[in-house]
Write a protein that binds this ligand. Structure first.
Ligand code: GAL
Length: 832
């Protein structure tokens, strides 16, 4: 039995690392220039200059000159911008660029430069720059001197600048990034796409990610909070004190324990958080203060399931790539929060950060919003999947990257497991098993309180010894054949908790339906590059959601599933990938060959540039599948959903199947008032189907029942002609901080305000007031219009406009949407 309550493991706790030198004289300076007990952390995102070289967005090549790091280099001609910045999302989409990475020009060399002053008063301080992520292979220069760098574009890292800074004058920081083509299986983005901070500390200070909090003993009456602190520049006169802000409880010592009485536990409904204030004192004077958020909760993994605070919780999970749709890879907290809100509405309670460490903001949000997280390190180890991927760096960097991820993220109560990799090619051989064990040991060394896992696509890895390197075992896509592989695994590894690390991989385009409806083989309609939304289609290694549901119902000890994917993402437009990505999913040579032929048939340049896997499209609009998962994941919510839409003027008299997703167990369908029959959900059935409905325009109505009693109903009507635009916004008041966003849904409606499902009108947007349009989109995976524009076609009735506030400017932001032949509409968002 694998048990990760929170009991501490002996050896780990003896550690208190006091790093660095003793600062005798400098210590006196500390007192003189003390930062008044605190470090100074400043947002370092504003006012950078940017230019790019190598492969350019228009397909040309631009030579990279030397000397760009020199302080004397004149960067006045470079573009001025604020971070976070993703140069790839600026486009344009290009036919000749690979589909699987989004047909966007993210490859290339980017340079960023920024000048800043440091005053004389900073002499004696330690100066650091913290990058939450820079894509990729960064080299950082200060005043012309190389001060560091980090290859992995998803890693957070700190660089010390102290020895190269010019106190009392100007400093120039320059960052070179190098994105090689063929370095990713999906759209990675390019640039300093996450936040950057400048940190000034006294010489004696808490090290980077230097506070580690665990809660080894928890009862209703009390929680033991263990703290390990790493202090840099420490000497004999240094003392460390801690205080839990919410309760006032204190402790003293770098390694110490304190007790919280009547702890408020962190759980999914009430994600209670505490803040620990850590102060470093030197000779009685506070020289550093840091605050760390933590939660009190127990996690246990047993063969019969996952337990949070002693209660069995099924992980209703989704895999999520890092991009934010039309906003690209550039991190925005509100955009992530909106994604989580939408996922929670569906009933999702867990996210797997496929296949890399996420932005730290995602974990803060999951802490606050009550979401479980599997934090994943890598998509490859030493054997690559794309020519220039991370496998180039793995031998030298894997340990640094893994430790960085765990040290950064191990105080988050939301993080409940670590993953060392996804579909790692080394799953099958002895050497790979040894690598896996080594990675697991590294993780345990940094954090013995959470299990280690990986996403395994190879059936054999559950039996060949690889599974023994895992604390909990994740299979990708193994629910088929009546869950044969799950069954075998459970029989042969009764002590290893099991879950579906990647499931379904159903594909669909929002609002597209093709006929006849063919179960399991419905791969779309070829040339048109959309995939039918009856939620039956999946690539050959995968299956419709219902198949996983059945497997999970057969084996209730499986502790969760992580659906591929929650949101659509840029890149990997399977089944229209036109590259070899898909082949990786087959270990069976016959299947691989079959897929190779399929891809060959597609030939030529094909337009798709983003995925069809999402339950929710690239803009955050739910596809039909959303309601299939909602029906299962929120069984107490009375709901029913009908598909397809009912505007089929060319299908009058033709068979047009109707499917209903409901949290009820039975339903009756009516067409224009006439019953088409009452159907009950059988064992291992998850949708109700009326496969022989003959289309006539009008009203479809479903009445769902649960335990024989009316439970929910829904209607789907044939709409009138498109006549007007309707706008709605997720929040009509936003913060005037230059970061906050309003997401405006643009809908083509008939006279009654009903969405016209097959409309594709072009819409133009104008804005006035203290806001700007930063992105537009519509969820069509084949669309090559720019995301950074003021016009956008709707796709099957809907489009999205993203408005950002302007820093420090308050007032009414007015967005107007116009489209030829339709009545225009305005919406007001208040920045206050
Ligand atoms: C998996 C892989 C994912 C994604 C998915 C598509 O095999 O782990 O990254 O490629 O297939 O179905």
């Amino acid at each position: 039995m694998k048990n990760f309550p929170t009991r501490t493991k002996g050896a780990g706790w003896a550690r208190c690392r006091l790093i660095g030198r003793t600062f005798g004289l400098a210590g006196i300076l500390v007192l003189a220039t003390s930062l008044l007990g605190a470090r100074e952390v400043s947002n370092f995102n504003a006012d950078w200059r940017f230019d790019r070289f190598g492969p350019m967005p228009d397909g040309s090549e631009r030579a990279e000159p030397t000397g760009l790091e020199a302080p004397s280099f004149d960067d006045a001609g470079w573009r001025k911008l604020n971070l976070p910045h993703d140069w790839g999302i600026e486009g344009p989409f290009r036919e000749d660029l690979p589909n699987r990475t989004g047909k966007l020009p993210w490859a290339g060399i980017g340079w960023y430069r920024k000048s800043f002053e440091l005053s004389d008063e900073d002499v004696g301080k330690r100066i650091y720059i913290d990058f939450d992520g820079a894509m990729s292979d960064s080299t950082v220069y200060l005043n012309g001197e190389k001060v560091g760098g980090w290859p992995y574009g998803y890693a957070s890292f700190r660089i010390e600048l102290t020895d190269a800074v010019n106190f009392g004058g100007e400093n120039v920081i320059a960052v070179r990034l190098d994105n090689k083509p063929e370095s990713s299986r999906w759209y990675p983005g390019g640039g300093i796409y996450r936040n950057v901070r400048l940190v000034k500390t006294n010489p004696v200070h808490v090290d980077h990610w230097g506070v580690y909090i665990t809660t080894p003993e928890i009862s209703a009456e009390s929680a033991e909070v263990k703290i390990e602190t790493e202090v840099r520049g420490s000497d004999d006169g240094v003392e460390v004190v801690h205080e839990v802000i919410e309760t006032g409880v204190k402790s003293s010592g770098a390694n110490s324990t304190l007790i919280i009485a009547n702890p408020k536990l962190w759980d999914l409904e009430s994600p209670n958080l505490y803040t620990l204030k850590t102060q470093v004192m030197r000779k009685g004077v506070v020289v550093d203060t840091v605050e760390t958020t933590f939660g009190i909760r127990t996690i246990e993994y047993k063969p019969e399931g996952f337990f949070l605070n002693g209660e069995k919780v099924f992980m209703k999970g989704v895999c999520q790539h890092h991009d934010l749709g039309p906003l690209g890879a550039a991190i925005n907290t509100r955009a992530i929060e909106r994604q989580i809100e939408i996922l929670k509405e569906m009933g999702c309670n867990a996210i797997r950060t496929a296949h890399n460490p996420p932005a730290p903001e995602l974990l803060d949000l999951c802490d606050r919003m009550g979401i479980l997280v599997q934090d994943e390190a890598f998509d490859v180890w030493g054997r690559g999947k794309a020519e220039n991927d991370y496998s180039r760096f793995f031998p030298e960097w894997h340990e640094k990257d893994l430790r960085a991820m765990i040290k950064r993220d191990r105080n988050h109560p939301s993080v409940v497991m670590w993953s060392t990799g996804n579909e790692i090619k080394e799953q099958n051989n002895k050497a790979g098993i040894a690598v896996s064990q080594r990675l697991t040991d590294i993780v345990h060394d940094e954090d013995p309180t959470r299990p280690v896992s990986a996403g395994c696509n190879n059936e054999k890895s559950g039996f060949n010894g690889f599974q023994k390197t895992q604390d909990v075992f994740g299979y990708n896509y193994k629910a088929k054949e009546n869950a044969r592989v799950y069954k075998q695994f459970i029989e042969r590894n009764p002590d290893i908790p099991l879950y579906g690390s990647e499931t379904a991989s159903c594909v669909s385009s929002r609002g597209e339906y093709f006929f006849p409806v063919v179960d399991e083989k419905d791969q779309g309609n070829g040339g048109y590059f959309q995939v039918s939304s009856y939620d039956l289609a999946a690539p050959p290694w995968a299956y419709k959601p219902d198949v996983e549901f059945e497997a999970l119902d057969r084996f209730p000890q499986i502790f969760g599933e992580f659906v591929w994917t929650g949101f659509d993402y840029i890149g990997e437009p399977t089944p229209y990938n036109k590259d070899t990505t898909n082949l990786l999913n087959f270990t069976d040579p016959v299947e691989r060959e079959k897929m190779r032929k399929e891809l060959e048939k597609l030939g030529g340049n094909i337009p798709p540039r983003s995925s069809y896997f999402g339950i929710v499209d690239l803009c955050g609009f739910p596809k039909d599948r959303f309601y299939l998962y909602q029906a299962r994941w929120r069984p107490d919510l009375p709901m029913a959903h009908i598909l397809p839409h009912w505007n089929w003027e060319e299908r009058i008299g033709k068979v047009t199947p109707v499917h209903v997703y409901t949290s009820g167990d039975e339903a009756e369908l009516f067409l224009n008032g006439e019953s088409l029959g009452r159907r009950k959900m059988g064992e291992f059935e998850y949708r109700l189907r009326w496969d022989d409905v003959v289309y006539e325009p009008g009203v479809l109505k479903v009445v769902a029942y649960k335990n024989g009693k009316p439970w929910a109903d829904a209607v789907m009507k044939t709409t009138g002609e498109a006549s007007k635009l309707s706008l709605s916004v997720d929040r009509d008041v936003i913060n005037p901080d230059g970061q906050d966003l309003a997401f405006v849904t643009v809908q083509v409606s008939d006279k009654k305000g009903q969405m016209v499902p097959r409309s594709h009108n072009s819409v133009e947007y104008t804005i006035d007031g203290p806001g700007e349009i930063i992105a537009v989109g519509n969820g069509d995976p084949t669309n090559h219009e720019s995301f950074q524009a003021t016009k956008r076609k709707v796709f099957n009735g809907l489009a999205l406009v993203v408005i950002r506030s302007k820093a420090g400017e308050r007032g009414k932001i007015r967005l107007t949407a116009k489209s030829q032949g339709l009545k225009s509409e305005k919406i007001v968002v208040l920045a206050k």
